[in-house]
Design a protein around this ligand. Structure first.
Ligand code: ZN
Ligand code: ZN
Length: 358
């Protein structure tokens, strides 16, 4: 494991050399976790362009034992505040994460540092765009926890008339914990009937009725990695309009998934799925982008949308989640988490996309 953190720091070093930086002061906690494996709530690392021998990790006394276990391979400083303690050690041109440091924080850094401070936004985030196999395994486990939770919910009659959205949300979350999640990866969305037409509906005390669409958008957190899946089901016999809407969104989602390949423009993935819905006359009811990156954050780069710049690369983990929302009637969204591969994309959320009738 510590080898993979060393590899990530080595990749960062190549960027530092390109930018003629002697070091990067990493203060964002997710970036710190990505580069060192440290999961505490306070810390920073000064990554030297010269190598790990000159790289210094810092945290405070509460994490003395934890950091010795998680970061055994770097010089360790126990002091606070860490950003200032590390800034004082910096020499030469030192990058800082200007997209995370506040204006006041920069004043303090400038006072503490002898070094020349240089804006260096997004360097670690650029590395995080393409997942390594250890990250993909964590995403796989997070997706499996969500798949198993939904299967168990259905199997144990969790979606029966009379249950409320809040009850179902709580049960899904607790079943994800049963299957290895440390928590939900975001606030679970459960929407019954007309509420399913609201893309990000918050669960209420509304009760489930026969004939309702049930939209479930949820995910699990495993080793800091987030899964994200939406399934829309029907309770009782589906009406024709429900089945037609479902089939349309399913075709759009399949087109989006089929478009995932290295080198494809992000915009074009969105377009592949959106075209299907627009041709059917529901373009105005597809109210959001097609998908987003997932990893240490639930929403991260790349964005798959009309305005997304850039292209896909192998190893990116993204969602594909078209939806059509008919106000006052109901909506359908189908969402998977996938990894872009040189060959076909790898599907991580394995729950069926046939219309499930409970
Ligand atoms: Zn989602
Ligand atoms: Zn999503």
């Amino acid at each position: 494991m510590s080898e993979s953190y060393a590899n990530r720091r080595a990749a960062l070093r190549l960027k530092l050399r390109d930018l003629e930086l002697d070091a990067l002061l990493v203060t964002d906690l997710l970036n710190l976790r990505y580069l060192t494996g440290f999961t505490g709530s306070n810390g920073a690392v000064l990554v030297s362009a010269e190598g790990d021998e000159k790289t210094v990790f810092c945290t405070d006394g509460r994490y003395l034992t934890q950091s010795a276990q998680q970061v055994p391979d770097l010089e360790r400083l126990i002091e606070r505040p860490c950003d200032l303690a590390l800034a004082a050690k910096a020499k030469g041109r030192t990058g800082y994460e200007s997209h995370h440091v506040t204006v006041d924080g920069l004043d303090s850094l400038a006072k503490a540092a002898d070094a020349e401070l240089v804006r260096a936004p997004g360097l670690v985030e650029e590395l995080r765009l393409v997942k390594d196999e250890i990250e993909i395994e964590a995403l796989r486990m997070a997706c499996a926890a969500a798949d198993r939770a939904l299967a168990a919910l259905i199997q144990h009659g969790g979606l029966r008339p009379g249950r409320t959205e809040r009850e179902v949300a709580r049960e899904l979350e607790s079943r994800m914990l049963d299957h290895g999640a440390t928590g939900p990866s975001f606030d679970t969305i459960v929407a019954f009937g007309v509420n399913s037409a609201v893309p990000h509906h918050r669960p209420t005390d509304a009760a489930l009725h026969k004939g309702d669409l049930v939209k479930l958008d949820f995910g699990a957190l495993v080793d800091g990695y987030h899964s994200d899946m939406t399934r829309t089901l029907v309770v009782g016999k589906p009406a024709d309009w429900q089945r037609e809407l479902y089939d349309l969104v399913a075709r759009s989602q399949a087109a989006g998934r089929a478009a995932l390949a290295p080198g494809v423009a992000l915009k074009d993935v969105d377009k592949a799925a959106r075209d299907v819905i627009e041709k059917a006359g529901y373009g105005e009811q597809f109210l959001h982008g097609l998908g987003h990156g997932v990893g240490l954050e639930i929403h991260e780069a790349p964005a798959l949308s009309k305005v997304g710049d850039g292209t896909l690369s192998a190893g990116m983990a993204v969602t594909v989640e078209p939806g059509v929302y008919l106000s006052g009637k109901g909506g359908v969204r189908i969402e998977d988490t996938l990894v872009v591969r040189e060959s076909a994309p790898e599907l991580l959320t394995l729950t069926t996309k046939e219309l499930v009738v409970v």
